[in-house]
Design a protein around this ligand. Sequence first.
Ligand code: URA
Length: 280
Amino acid sequence: MIDLLIDWYAAMGVDEAIGDLPLDRLAAKPAPPTESQVAVTRIPAAAASAPTPVIAASPAGLAAPLSRPASAATMALADHLLAARQAAAAATSLDALRQAVTEFDGCSLKATATHTVFADGNPAAPLMLIGEAPGADEDRIGRPFVGVSGQLLDRMLATIGVDRDSAYITNVLFWRPPGNRKPTDAEIALCRPFVERHIALVRPRILVLVGGTASAALMPGSEGITRLRGRWFDLAVNGVKETFTATAMYHPSFLLRSPDRKREAWADLLNVKAKLKEDT
Ligand code: URA
C-alpha cells in the first residue's frame, strides 16, 4: 500500500520531503499571508515600443522600507531581503559572491536542495545567459544546465559557435524548487540581489535571459517572453551606472515541449550571433 502511495506521489511530482512529520493542513489555522504577497512591486515596462528601452532590474518597491504593518512572514521576508542585499553588495569578486550565495539561508529552497548551483562557463566571456532554476540533474551535480534542457541549450549555442568556454551561464534561482515547481515571487526576489550583483561583477557585453521566468524576473513589466524575445533592451542593474545589452529567448525546456517554436529560437540565436560580432 505504501509503495502505491509513494508511486502516486512520484507521478504527481512530489519527490521531496519537506518535514519529518505529516501535517494535517485542513486542521491547521489559515496561513499568514505568503511571502509572495509582500510588495514585490513591478515597474511598468519603460517605453516598450522604443527600439532599446532602458529598464531597471530592481523594482523600486523592493528597495524601499516596508512602511505598512506587516505580518511575521512579511517581516521575516523583509529581513531576509535586507540580508540578501547586504551580502550581495559586500561581495567584490565572483568567488566572494559564490560564497555569499552558498552561505545565505534566507531562501527556503536551500533547505530542500542538495547543492547551491551558482554558475558554469567562462566569466570573462562576452555572453552571459541566465536561466530559471536548477532541475534535478543540476541539483545533483551542482552545475547549471547539465540535464536534458541544458544539453539542448548546448546544441543551440553550438550552432552559433558558442560553448561553455565562450559563455557564462547561471540562473535567477540558485536552488532547485521541489519537484521543479515554478518559483514564487518571493523566492525570485530573495535571489535577485545576488543575480544583479552577479551581472555587475561579470559585466557581460551581451546578456541573454533564457525563458519567461528569467525575463520576468529581470525585465519587470507585463510583457511575456513571446513579446520580449528577439528584441534588445538596455537593462539597468542595481549598483552599475551603465546599462547592459540584453535580450530574451525561449527556454530549451519549452522548445522540447513545443518544437514548432524552434524556428523563432533559431532567429533569436542568429540575432545574438550578429550582436556578438557587432560588439567585437
Ligand atoms: N533549467 C534552467 O532554467 N536552469 C538550469 O540550470 C537547468 C534547467
